[in-house]
Ligand binder design. Structure first.
Ligand code: SAM
Length: 248
């Protein structure tokens, strides 16, 4: 069988396409794109002629069957999404899982990803982090996820839509308080790229200062819970609890 290539595409700056991505996109039989019309612009810009077909959240099961048949028949496929790395808050998981199950080679190219780009410049701890993708739309479900950050010591990384960014930062403030450090990475790799590094209150004030501040694309990062250095070790706490029970 031919391989499936996972090909990241730029998240705002066309110069971020890699040489290898261009080579692969030029050589494959098929390009499976999330939105073929959107991707046509990128492909035209780089004069890539491969045939495209759509693979999005609503047809992924059906398309997977068809694409696996093509791959088994020796026709190579590159998977791209609208921007960044496919499968990272984007379609492709069903296809890759099916390829693995059928022993079809899957070759991923390294390339642009908003989460990693934002994290690397955030100034927050990068040795351990959790990527949460998009938070649920409903407030209660969102707060339930945010509560899991209360005793999480590593950095958390979220994607957020412009229409929800104010609500999400408000929920973070209500759930975690105001002593966490937030970093809002906006319009990465584009002309108006910005990083806002502040407490939830400070970030909210910045977002509300100008309606333009709420437009565009955002990665939101939250620092880990501060370490409680003055807390006793768990076994000492258990002993203390037992002693207390015996006290009059
Ligand atoms: N697969 C993509 C990746 O690798 O980054 C992410 C796709 S997801 C559907 C789109 C979200 O990624 C946006 O809502 C935003 O949170 C984030 N994003 C994408 N491009 C961005 C950019 N240039 N600046 C900031 N965030 C971006």
């Amino acid at each position: 069988s031919a391989p499936l290539y996972i090909v990241p595409t730029p998240i705002g700056n066309l110069q971020d396409i890699t040489q290898r991505a261009l080579t692969v996109l030029n050589e494959v039989h098929w390009i499976a794109a999330e939105d073929t019309r959107h991707s046509q612009k990128l492909l035209q810009h780089f004069s890539i002629q491969a045939k495209t077909l759509s693979l999005h959240d609503h047809n992924e099961e059906k398309r997977t069957e068809m694409l696996c048949k093509k791959l088994q028949a020796g026709e190579s496929v590159a998977l791209i999404s609208d921007a960044g790395t496919p499968l990272i808050s984007d379609p492709g998981f069903v296809l890759v899982r099916a390829c693995r199950a059928q022993n079809i080679d899957v070759i991923a190219l390294p390339g642009p990803c908003a989460a990693i780009t934002a994290l690397s410049a955030s100034g927050l701890s990068t040795d351990r982090f959790i990527f949460e993708g998009f938070l649920p739309v409903k407030t209660q479900a969102r707060k339930t996820i945010l509560e899991t950050l209360l005793d999480r010591s590593c950095t958390s990384v979220f994607y957020e839509a412009p229409r929800r960014i104010v609500d999400t930062v408000t929920d973070i403030k209500e759930t975690l308080g105001d002593d966490r450090q937030l970093v809002l990475a906006k319009e990465l790799t584009k002309t108006f790229e910005r990083y806002i590094c502040d407490t939830p209150d400070g970030v909210l004030a910045w977002l509300r200062a100008d309606p333009v501040h709420q437009k565009g694309e955002f990665v939101l990062m939250v620092s880990g819970a501060p370490r409680q250095t003055d807390a006793l070790p768990a076994d000492a706490m258990a002993l203390l609890k037992r002693l207390k029970q015996d006290l009059p």
